[in-house]
Design a binder for this molecule. Structure first.
Ligand code: TA6
Length: 335
């Protein structure tokens, strides 16, 4: 073996960044994505309902009732149901009266359009600018966007009659380290303008509702559905929940400096940043109401959830023929 005077230096081989794993369940009913960090999200095609969002520490951040139907037989009690084109009970008259509460989006099977690279809302966390580098636009920690589609042709006849417009919805769920983003894109594919309400009915999981307070809703106007939908102005102190709470905070500034933050005692645990969604609904049925909701469990489960629901519901949105509208939220787990 002839000795060689100078061995070539090893060429450094870049270690590939492990890619996010995206899988569809065997029965085709759900899509899961897992990051190399361990963060994961699970989406039921029925309603494009996020039914699980875990952060790297294995913590489940969403409440899903133990009695929730996950077989497509009815809207999921928990996770992030998608509310469109109406919020709340249907009107008593007119074509929309044929729709069910909160509209057809959460009770229709969506199409999984695939995963794509992140074009998510890049929001440095306003409460901790130092983590700006951890925002969704951060390319050092991989993240993945799952797209789901729903169009008029996928509706039942009676729903199409109730909402006779050529619309196309694209709902994007972006999982990043420590955060989950959900964005709704509404395309008017026809020539006739149409109006809609939209809301992301997020059930956040907490350890004890009695320790929960919400900031970011101070000094804003809200409709209190527990008090016959009368209008009030919230005080400057954080919102604490001590009984059934069902409020629509309206025209809450939706920009980086106005997150809604959920606190457990003195510890901030979730931060919700909105883009294009100026209403925030807060809901907890409390003990008696929860007992009356058949798919709400376990008993006492109401103590372990708070709904913070960004949307456009007080005024709704009108989209002209050929135009589009988009709005979304980034929920950051702070634990
Ligand atoms: O978002 C709050 C709310 O509108 C409450 O009034 C309550 O009805 C809740 O939604 C749950 O609605 P659902 O149709 O899922 O039972």
């Amino acid at each position: 073996m002839v000795g060689r005077s100078k061995k070539p230096s090893a060429i450094p081989v870049p270690i590939p960044t492990p890619a996010p794993l995206v899988e569809t369940s065997e029965d085709g009913s759900r899509v899961t994505a897992t990051l190399p960090t361990g963060d994961s999200v699970e989406v039921l095609l029925y309603g494009a309902t996020v039914i699980s969002w875990k952060t790297a520490n294995g913590q489940e951040n969403l409440f899903v009732s133990s009695k929730a139907a996950l077989d497509g037989s009815k809207a999921v009690r928990g996770g992030i149901p998608v509310v469109f084109p109406i919020f709340g009970p249907p009107p008593k008259t007119g074509p929309l009266s044929a729709l069910s509460q909160h509209g057809f989006a959460r009770t229709t099977r969506w199409e999984f359009l695939g995963k794509s690279s992140v074009e998510a809302m890049s929001h440095p966390s306003p409460t901790s600018p130092s983590t700006a580098a951890a925002d969704l636009s951060d390319t050092t920690s991989p993240s993945v966007k799952l797209d789901f589609g729903l169009s008029a042709s996928m509706l039942k006849d009676e729903e199409r009659k109730a909402f006779p417009y050529q619309f196309g919805l694209t709902y994007s769920v972006t999982l990043a380290a420590g955060s989950l983003e959900t964005v709704m894109h509404v395309q008017n594919q026809g020539e006739t303008a149409f109006g809609f309400q939209v809301l992301m009915h997020t059930y956040l999981k907490v350890s004890d509702i009695n320790q929960i307070s919400l900031t970011g809703l101070s000094s804003t106007s809200y409709i209190d559905k527990v008090l016959s939908s009368t209008t009030h102005t919230s005080s400057s102190t954080p919102l604490t929940l001590t009984s059934e709470t069902d409020r629509i905070y309206t025209s809450v500034p939706a920009d980086l400096s106005h997150p809604v933050t959920v606190h457990q005692g003195q510890t901030p645990i979730f931060e919700i940043i909105r883009d294009g969604l100026t209403d925030v609904v807060t809901w907890n049925p409390w003990e008696e109401k929860a007992k009356g909701i058949r798919d709400f469990g376990p008993e006492g489960g109401w103590r372990e959830m708070v709904c913070v629901e960004p949307g456009e519901v007080s005024k709704g949105v009108t989209v002209e023929g050929g135009d589009a509208w988009e709005g979304g939220q980034v929920v950051r787990s702070l634990l």
